[in-house]
Design a protein around this ligand. Structure first.
Ligand code: URA
Length: 188
C-alpha cells in the first residue's frame, strides 16, 4: 500500500520476514531516475552494492552502464528519455552471494509490483533468471532473452545478466541484439 518511494523503502526496512536482511549491511533500494521510461530489475545486491547501498555498482554494474551507454541510456541522466531506473528483486545481499531461494524471491514480489506501479515505466528489463522467475514465473534466460513478454500490463524484455556476460564473452552478441530491441522500442 506504499503511497510513494519513501514509504516503499520504509516498508522494506521494517519488513521482518526475510532472513537475508540479517546478513546484509544495507537495504539496496534503487538507483537512477524515477521518471525514466525504462525500469531495470536485477537479482540481488553483491558485496559492492551492499557496501555502496546502490544497485549494480560492482563489475557487473559497470558493464551494465557501458551496455546502456551504447544505446544512449544513462542512469545519471535527469532527462526521462535518456535515463533508467534500476532496482533488484531482493534488496539485501544473500550470504556469499548465493542465489536467492524461491521463497525469498516470492516474498519480495509484492514489493517489486508496488515499485513498478510507483515508477510506472513504459518498459521493464528483466536481468537474468532470478528476475524472470519472480516476474514471469519461469526460468531459462537463454531461451527467454530477447523475446518481449508482458507483466503488470507492460512490455517486459528478459536479457542476459551482465554478470553472465562477464563469464561468457561470446554471449555479448546476443546482449547487443537485445539492447537494440530495447532501443527500437523506445523510438516510438
Ligand atoms: N547483480 C544484480 O543482479 N544486482 C546488483 O545490484 C548487482 C549485481
Amino acid at each position: 500500500a506504499a503511497a510513494n518511494l519513501v514509504d516503499l523503502k520504509q516498508a522494506l526496512a521494517s519488513y521482518p520476514h526475510c532472513k537475508l536482511k540479517q546478513g546484509a549491511r544495507s537495504l539496496v533500494f534503487a538507483d537512477g531516475n524515477p521518471a525514466a521510461r525504462v525500469m531495470i530489475i536485477g537479482e540481488a545486491p553483491g558485496r559492492d552494492e551492499d557496501l555502496a547501498c546502490r544497485p549494480f555498482v560492482g563489475r557487473a554494474g559497470q558493464l551494465l552502464d557501458k551496455m546502456l551507454a551504447a544505446i544512449t541510456l544513462d542512469r545519471t541522466s535527469s532527462d526521462s528519455a535518456q535515463s533508467v531506473y534500476i532496482t533488484n528483486i531482493v534488496p539485501w545481499r544473500p550470504p556469499q552471494n548465493r542465489d536467492p531461494r524461491p521463497e525469498e524471491i516470492a516474498m519480495m514480489v509484492p514489493f517489486v509490483a508496488r515499485h513498478v506501479a510507483l515508477i510506472n515505466p513504459e518498459v521493464i528489463v528483466l536481468m537474468g533468471n532470478v528476475s524472470c522467475q519472480a516476474v514471469l514465473g519461469t526460468r531459462g534466460i537463454t531461451r527467454l532473452r530477447g523475446i518481449w513478454a508482458e507483466a503488470w500490463e507492460r512490455p517486459v524484455l528478459p536479457m542476459l545478466h551482465p554478470a553472465y556476460l562477464l563469464r561468457k564473452a561470446e554471449a555479448k552478441r546476443e546482449a547487443w541484439a537485445d539492447l537494440l530491441a530495447l532501443r527500437a522500442r523506445l523510438v516510438v
